[in-house]
Design a protein around this ligand. Structure first.
Ligand code: NAD
Ligand code: TDX
Length: 338
């Protein structure tokens, strides 16, 4: 049956990949991308679907109640998938305010529209960072959906606040919600401020590769398409009011990722530069994905060695996409950061 989905933040990394995934899989679905086009949003990313008659792009802020309500009135969406967020931990440490505004107030505004107009499902795209971190010397520990919320950064705190609001709207108003908490994604269209694309872009330009602290922090990497397939399952078959952790048991130290990128691009490891550590830097993230596996049959399909190869090839073949980004305002950000 045909459905109309509003995808917020669809001009960013994961949202755009989700739009491509859904339009390819469901020929009769209509997708409306609502995006403010912040520094992290790029219309050129959506070029492959701009002429698709089942796709519409609307430039608006999820905090703008009037614009959001008008869109609901025009489109009568069945499902909302909220990717829109300020997403970079380092930026949240420098300036938390916009994180609270977009990530918390924006989520509330979208859910108020859902209450006012009625929807089949509101899905919140959240993160494993809401659980805080795990120690390196306890490889037996993983985040489950029951792990207490215990955030470290202004970013993760704003995402956790949004998650709590989503669950409050379920309990208080009976809004049909779901939440996914995913580990670190990688893949095409990843904004070059984040570890993997930053290291690829710098290596290709023979620039230093800035590793925070000793590079021993561990992240649990998932290829972006596998995250998209998990959200697809949750919005169609997941239980309302539930949280689903998403991850592929692929833990890696930052330094090992950087060395893999050097090797793949035939660049010397002497480019690696150890820089001042991130404040409050989370040590290890590790997701237990048993619930989504047992309930919905989800499993990741992409092995890390294949995913990283596809990702590096994409950055090699799409230089104009990231070169344009790193040539603009991003330069100022980079110079201040590193
Ligand atoms: P991104 O920064 O690449 O993209 C964010 C998008 O949201 C951009 O297109 C931006 O223009 C848009 N946006 C920002 N503020 C907005 C506003 N006020 N109104 C409308 N649009 C706005 O982020 P991403 O990495 O694609 O992450 C998407 C979501 O997934 C976020 O909610 C993030 O917390 C979550 N998440 C990300 C990861 C990851 O590894 N990247 C992992 C788990 C969860
Ligand atoms: O230059 C760098 N050097 C470095 O050592 C950068 C940008 C990062 N790092 C380290 C910090 C982290 O330990 O690499 C690791 C990954 O960093 P990020 O790419 O900034 O990701 P992270 O902080 O783990 O958060 C990401 O995953 C969870 C996303 O940005 C979040 O939006 C998501 O919720």
């Amino acid at each position: 049956m045909s459905k109309t989905i509003i995808v917020t933040g669809g001009a960013g990394f994961i949202g755009s990949n989700f739009i491509f995934y859904i339009l390819k899989k469901y020929a009769d679905y209509r997708i409306i991308c609502l995006d403010k086009l912040t520094y992290a949003g790029n219309l050129s990313t959506l070029k492959p679907v701009m002429d698709n008659p089942n796709f519409r792009f609307v430039k608006a802020d999820i905090c703008d109640r009037e614009a959001v309500y008008q869109l609901f009135e025009e489109e009568h969406p069945d499902i909302i998938v909220n990717f829109a967020a300020e997403s970079h931990v380092d930026r949240s440490i420098e300036d938390p305010g916009i994180f609270l505004q977009t990530n918390i107030m924006g989520t509330a505004t979208l859910m108020d529209a859902c209450r006012a107009f009625g929807i089949e499902r509101y899905h919140q795209v959240s993160t494993d960072e809401v659980y805080g971190d795990l120690p390196l010397d306890r490889p037996d520990l993983f985040f489950t959906e029951e792990t207490p919320i215990h955030t470290s950064s202004p970013y993760s705190s704003s995402k956790a606040a949004a998650d709590l609001l989503v669950l409050a709207y379920y309990r208080t108003y009976g809004l049909p919600v779901s939440i996914s908490r995913c580990s670190n994604n990688y893949g095409p269209y990843h904004f070059p401020e984040k570890l993997i694309p930053l290291m690829i872009a710098n290596a290709l330009n023979d620039k230093p590769l800035p590793v925070y602290g000793e590079g021993l922090n561990v992240r649990d990497w998932l290829y972006v398409e596998d995250h998209c397939s998990a959200i697809d399952l949750i919005i169609h078959k997941g239980r309302v009011g539930e949280v689903y952790n998403v991850g592929g048991h692929n833990e890696m130290k930052n330094i090992d990722i950087v060395k893999i990128i050097c090797k793949a691009l035939d660049k010397p490891e002497s480019l690696i530069t150890y820089v001042t550590d991130r404040k409050g830097h989370d040590m290890r993230y590790a997701i237990d994905p048993e619930k989504i596996h047992n309930e919905l049959g989800w499993l990741p399909e992409t092995k890390f060695e294949d995913g990283i190869k596809k990702t590096i090839d994409w950055y090699l073949n799409n230089r104009e996409w990231w070169e344009e980004i790193i040539s603009g305002d991003y330069q100022n950000y980079y110079e201040e950061m590193y």
